[in-house]
Design a protein around this ligand. Structure first.
Ligand code: ADP
Length: 494
């Protein structure tokens, strides 16, 4: 497959995992998986359709009664075994992530640890799905609340964190006593199948976790079968707002519960009282992880007029020093973008910004040289003097591009920050304690990084408001997404 081989060969799967068996698609059609750096084909998986999806739902539904009847302690033990298997294969999984997704190997190792942390967390939370006893509202009654698994969960995941996004959906679902059907992104199905293989090895019962792969063209029919299926009670999705809305519409007839973690357009604000060095550091961490291809990536960087030049100068020096190259080279910091569509969008945003008056302080073009040897590399870029007429103000760029906007007052910048239909994450740097509380309260997002560029943690609730979606992943709140609240009222008590 590449100079990294051998990845443990049984982790490289080319079949769907349904009901505990590895099966080719019913149509016997295939989807080729490409290395985003070179375009070379690295594997193939089934290009599934509605029949495969239906069989997966049947398997998950069949496995549900026994799985939900297990004790929370038993489920926790199995999740811990899965966690241990993931860690034991961490290096192979990291290589696989790098290979099909393109992030540098060091970052891919970080993703494995991050994804695994959700499995461990929800193994620990499984045993804490407490109910309540409510003081009786009338004599002779008992009033109780119990938490029950929702049922079969469909998980649809994106390509940017192929392991972590799946783990943070499947782990809480299993912990709650639900069973899962999953469809990973078409660009990165191999990691999902490897994760399923490790679940199998850990002894998760047949049918509790099912993975069906499909091309982008077949995503709608595969997932569509689940949307229409009354056995599927919950959709958990991470991806674009457009597809999230389509899933909400498509599941309206069966009124499924949804968790949607959608696009963002994160503001990053540097106030005049900020520690500028720390703000530059924070932005580097937040912006350039995964080449800027994260949903919480700062998309609009607002810098106070009084510190704009200093910040721009420090930042540009750091960004210009970033090394672009393939994931397998230890010195690479920015890998290839996921595909040509992604590069085209970045280039469109950059050219549009320049045409509307922005200046490229560094970068501003695709890269192709003897190290970045492929069509999908883009130079880490800083654009100065961005404005609200530019496409990158209203759309998520999803690449290694920082756009600097100037502002002059807190009032003005909070208004700008909120001037978007999205509301996932916001960041700001300030050393004024009153301002910190005031601005944190006024930012319309689900997550706020205050003097911090890297907030993600399995212990914290991750999710947005407005058109960035609803529901939370991770933390004690994350389990509730997979539980139904049942009220029991017993009367005729003496
Ligand atoms: P991106 O633009 O980052 O690829 P998407 O929202 O398009 O994000 O993709 C996220 C996930 O949603 C992927 O697994 C993809 O295959 C899936 N998907 C894309 N289109 C549809 C659709 N019409 N119905 C169901 N799933 C879809």
């Amino acid at each position: 497959m590449s100079e990294w081989t051998p990845i443990r060969s049984d982790l490289l799967r080319d079949r769907n995992f349904i009901g505990g068996a590895w099966r080719i698609g019913r149509e016997d059609t295939w989807l080729e998986v490409a290395d985003p750096a070179t375009g070379a084909v690295i594997g193939r998986v089934p290009d599934s359709g509605a029949r495969d999806a239906d069989e997966a739902a049947a398997a998950a539904s069949g496995a549900l009664p026994a799985w939900r009847a297990t004790t929370a302690r038993d489920r926790a033990q199995l999740l811990k075994r899965w966690h241990a298997r993931i860690l034991a294969s961490a290096e192979d999984l990291a290589k696989l992530i790098s290979l099909e997704q393109g992030k540098p190997l060091g970052e891919a190792r970080g993703e494995v640890a991050y994804g695994a942390s959700y499995v461990e967390w929800f193994a620990e939370e499984a045993v804490r799905a407490y109910g309540d006893i409510i003081p009786a509202a009338a004599a002779g009654r008992r009033m109780m609340v119990v938490k029950e698994p929702l049922g079969v969960v469909a998980a649809i995941t994106p390509w940017n964190f192929p392991l972590a996004m799946l783990a943070r959906k499947v782990a809480p679902a299993l912990a709650a006593g639900c069973t899962v059907v999953a469809k990973p992104a078409e660009d990165t199905p191999l990691t999902a199948l490897a994760l399923a293989r490790l679940a199998e090895e850990a002894g998760l019962p047949a049918g509790t976790v099912n993975v069906v792969t499909a091309s982008r063209g077949n995503a709608a029919v595969t997932v569509g079968a689940w949307l229409a299926d009354p056995r599927v009670r919950k959709i958990t999705f991470t991806g674009s707002t457009a597809v999230g809305k389509a899933l909400a519409r498509g599941s309206a007839d069966t009124l499924k519960k949804l968790s949607l973690e959608l696009g963002g357009n994160a503001p990053f604000i540097v106030f005049e009282d900020a520690d500028i060095g720390a703000a530059v550091e924070g932005l580097m961490r937040a912006k350039f992880r995964n080449g800027g291809q994260t949903c919480v990536s700062p998309n609009r960087v607002y810098v106070h007029d009084a510190v704009y030049e200093e910040f721009a100068q420090q930042l540009t020096a750091r960004v210009a020093a970033l090394r672009v190259g393939p994931a397998k080279l230890a010195e690479s910091q920015i890998g290839p973008m996921i595909n040509s569509r992604a590069v085209e969008k970045i280039e469109r945003h950059v050219q549009d910004a320049i045409a509307r008056g922005a200046t490229a302080l560094t970068g501003g073009h695709p890269v192709r040289d003897e190290i970045a040897d492929g069509p999908n590399y883009y130079a880490p870029t800083v654009l100065g003097e961005a404005n609200h007429e530019m496409a990158l103000f209203s759309e998520e760029t999803f690449g290694p591009v920082v756009a600097l906007f100037r502002f002059r007052s807190e009032e003005e910048v909070v208004r700008y920050a909120n001037d978007t239909p999205y509301g996932l994450a916001a960041y700001f740097y300030s050393r004024d304690v009153s301002r910190i509380w005031r601005v944190s309260g006024r930012l319309e997002t689900g997550i706020v990084g205050i003097n911090e560029g890297a907030f993600a943690s399995e212990a914290a609730p991750f999710g947005g408001i407005k058109e960035s979606g609803y529901g939370r992943e991770g933390s004690r709140y994350g389990l509730d997404e997979y539980l139904a609240t049942k009220y029991l009222c017993q009367g005729e008590l003496a």
